[in-house]
Design a protein around this ligand. Structure first.
Ligand SMILES: [Zn+2]
Ligand SMILES: [Zn+2]
Length: 143
């Protein structure tokens, strides 16, 4: 059994290797966001891990930041374009694409958000906890 509340250190890097990320307290739960912005950003659902605020970034000179909303910004490598994080301004919480980390057996695909914005042409078979955008905002108080 997998304790999803357990936090672990995870290291990853972008495609070109210029940006290296060390998340000190990363979750083992993988989430997917189907919102229109995430899908436009990445071409598909955003598969991410909640890494909290304790994130160390090396090669920061190569990190470009795009302000995507009043409450969040998105970072990517200037050199290779790899998506590095979605960060909440207020808390500094980083949601980091699971794919930039080394593969790990403790990861579990656990939740999907903005399920109401998921298009009809795909559907994950995994059993996950799903929330609509409205349910998510009600939970976190953002809007
Ligand atoms: Zn890069
Ligand atoms: Zn999203």
């Amino acid at each position: 059994m997998n304790d999803k509340s357990e936090k672990t250190e995870r290291a990853g890097h972008c495609l070109c290797g210029e940006v290296r990320i060390r998340a000190k307290s990363a979750s083992s739960s993988v989430g997917a966001c189907h919102c229109r912005m995430c899908r436009r950003w990445g071409g598909g659902p955003f598969m991410e891990i909640d890494c909290g605020a304790s994130v160390e970034i090396r090669g920061e000179g190569n990190v470009a930041i795009f302000s995507s909303s009043d409450w969040a910004e998105r970072g990517f490598c200037r050199n290779c374009g790899t998506h590095l994080f979605y960060r909440l301004r207020e808390t500094g919480q980083h949601m980091i694409p699971v794919g930039i980390f080394e593969d790990s057996e403790d990861l579990e695909f656990a939740n999907q958000v903005f399920i109401d914005e998921k298009p009809e042409y795909y559907e994950f078979a995994n059993k996950t906890k799903d929330m609509t955008g409205a349910e998510l905002f009600a939970l976190f108080g953002a809007s």
